[in-house]
Design a protein around this ligand. Structure first.
Ligand SMILES: Cc1cc2nc3c(=O)[nH]c(=O)nc-3n(C[C@H](O)[C@H](O)[C@H](O)COP(=O)(O)OP(=O)(O)OC[C@H]3O[C@@H](n4cnc5c(N)ncnc54)[C@H](O)[C@@H]3O)c2cc1C
Length: 374
C-alpha cells in the first residue's frame, strides 16, 4: 500500500477543508444552538461534488472511491456540526449502485447525487436496533405491489422526501430491503427526537400503515436484506470513524491552542509536565485511528471485504473519541463546560459513536464472530 496520498487525493482533501472552513465553520455553533440547517447548505455540498462521492459518474455522481470519501468526510466534520444530512445520500446511493437493478439506478441515483432528495435507511425499531431477529416490520405481496406495516425508530432523515431503504420481513423471517418513496400514503413521521449530541441532523420515528410499494422496488432479492444491511453499515461504520477522528482532532487542536495561550501567559498549570503529556496521549490515539480508517477505505477501493475491519475501526475510534474528548475537557477545565463552546459540543457528540451504526457490543460480536468462523 502507498502511504503517501496522491496529488488527486490531496487536492480533494484540500477542497473539502476549504469548503468546511468557508461554509460550515462559521455556522456550526448557530446550528447547534437553534437546531436548524440553513437552506442552501445541501445544494452547496452537492455543487461541490460531496453528495455523490459514492455514486457512479454515469448516474451523475463524482465516483471518488472510498478513500477520497473518507478524506473529505473527515475534513467536512472538523467544524463539529451535525448538519451534513445530504452526505447520507452517499451510503444510500452506494447501496443502490451495488445492488439495485438498472431501472432503480436510473430513477434514484441522479436525484441523490444532486442532493435534490434525501436518501435514508431504516432497520432499527422500538424493540431493537441490535437484535436482527427481533425485527417486526412486515411486507406482504398484494397483486403487483408490496404492502408494508410497522414502525421504524431513529430513522435519520426519515421525514425528508426521497428514497428510503426500509428493512421488513416477508413471510415471517425473509428480511428484505425495499426502496420506499417516503412521505407517500400511509407513511407517517414523528417530530424529530431532541438528542443530546445532534442538533441539526434530525432523527424521527416513521410509521408504515399499509404503505404500498411497487413490486419492482425490492432492492436486491427477497430474503437478501441482511447482505445489503451489512454493506450499508460497513460503510456507515467507516464514515462514523472518520467523524470520530475529525472530532478528536478538533478537540486536540483546541486543547493545544488553549495550552499554548496559557504557556504564553506563564500559567503555572500549563507548564505542568502532566498537562502537556495529555496532548501526547490524545495524539497517540488519534493518529492510529486515522491511519487505520484510511487503510480500510483503501482496502474497500481494492474490492476487499472490509465488514470485519470496519467493525474494528468503529469500535476503536468510538473509544478513542470519547477518551480524547474527556482529556480535552480536563485541559479546558470550567471553560470546557460552557454550553455551545466547541469542547462542550465535542464532548456531547463523542458518545454517539458507541451507539449509532450498531453499538460497540455489536461490533465486538461481529469481530469475534468473524474470527471464530475462520
Ligand atoms: C443519531 C442516531 C441516528 C440513527 N440513525 C439511524 C438510521 O438512520 N437508521 C437506523 O436503522 N437506525 C438508526 N439509529 C439507531 C442505531 O443504529 C441504534 O440505536 C443502535 O443500533 C443501537 O440500537 P438500540 O438503540 O435499539 O439499542 P438496543 O439494541 O436496544 O441495545 C441496548 C443496549 O444493549 C446492548 N446490547 C444489545 N444486544 C446486545 C448483545 N447481543 N450483546 C451485548 N450487548 C447488547 C447494546 O449494545 C446497547 O448498549 C440511529 C441512532 C442514533 C443515536
Amino acid at each position: 500500500m502507498e502511504f503517501k496520498l496522491t496529488p488527486e487525493q490531496k487536492d480533494f482533501q484540500e477542497l473539502a477543508r476549504q469548503f468546511a472552513r468557508q461554509e460550515i465553520e462559521p455556522i456550526a455553533a448557530q446550528i447547534d444552538e437553534d437546531s436548524i440547517i440553513p437552506s442552501g447548505l445541501n445544494e452547496k455540498l452537492a455543487g461541490a461534488g460531496f453528495v455523490g462521492m459514492l455514486i457512479p459518474k454515469q448516474y451523475g455522481g463524482t465516483e471518488t472511491g472510498m478513500l477520497r470519501y473518507v478524506l473529505a468526510f473527515e475534513e467536512l466534520n472538523y467544524p463539529v456540526c451535525q448538519c451534513l444530512e445530504a452526505l447520507g445520500n452517499n451510503i444510500v446511493g452506494r447501496a443502490i449502485a451495488l445492488t439495485g437493478n438498472e431501472e432503480q439506478k436510473q430513477r434514484y441515483l441522479p436525484p441523490l447525487a444532486q442532493g435534490s432528495v434525501m436518501g435514508s435507511y431504516a432497520f432499527t425499531e422500538p424493540a431493537t436496533g441490535s437484535d436482527r431477529k427481533a425485527l417486526v416490520t412486515t411486507a406482504r405481496l398484494d397483486g403487483d405491489h408490496w404492502v408494508l406495516n410497522g414502525i421504524k425508530r431513529f430513522h435519520s432523515g426519515g421525514h425528508l422526501a426521497g428514497p428510503g431503504i426500509i428493512f421488513a420481513n416477508v413471510d415471517g423471517t425473509n428480511t428484505t430491503a425495499f426502496l420506499v418513496d417516503k412521505l407517500g400514503a400511509g407513511y407517517r413521521s414523528s417530530k424529530p427526537f431532541e438528542l443530546m449530541m445532534g442538533r441539526g441532523l434530525e432523527t424521527v420515528d416513521t410509521r408504515f400503515e399499509n404503505v404500498r410499494v411497487p413490486g419492482n422496488n425490492v432492492l436486491g432479492t427477497v430474503g437478501g436484506g441482511y447482505e445489503i444491511l451489512f454493506s450499508i453499515t460497513a460503510e456507515g461504520r467507516l464514515s462514523l470513524s472518520s467523524i470520530a477522528v475529525a472530532l478528536a482532532q478538533a478537540a486536540f487542536d483546541e486543547s493545544a491552542l488553549f495550552l499554548k495561550e496559557r504557556l504564553a501567559s506563564n500559567r503555572e498549570d500549563a507548564s505542568l509536565q502532566t498537562t502537556k503529556h495529555v496532548l501526547a496521549d490524545m495524539l497517540t490515539r488519534i493518529v492510529p485511528a486515522r491511519v487505520t480508517a484510511y487503510r480500510i477505505a483503501w482496502l474497500t477501493d481494492m474490492g476487499e471485504d472490509t465488514r470485519m475491519t470496519s467493525a474494528i475501526i468503529k469500535l476503536f475510534s468510538s473509544t478513542m473519541a470519547r477518551e480524547v474528548a474527556d482529556m480535552a475537557m480536563d485541559i479546558h477545565g470550567l471553560s470546557g463546560l460552557v454550553k455551545g463552546s466547541k469542547i462542550e459540543r465535542i464532548y456531547r457528540q463523542a458518545k454517539q459513536f458507541d451507539l449509532t451504526e450498531g453499538s460497540s457490543e455489536v461490533q465486538r460480536t461481529i469481530v469475534a464472530g468473524s474470527v471464530l468462523m475462520q
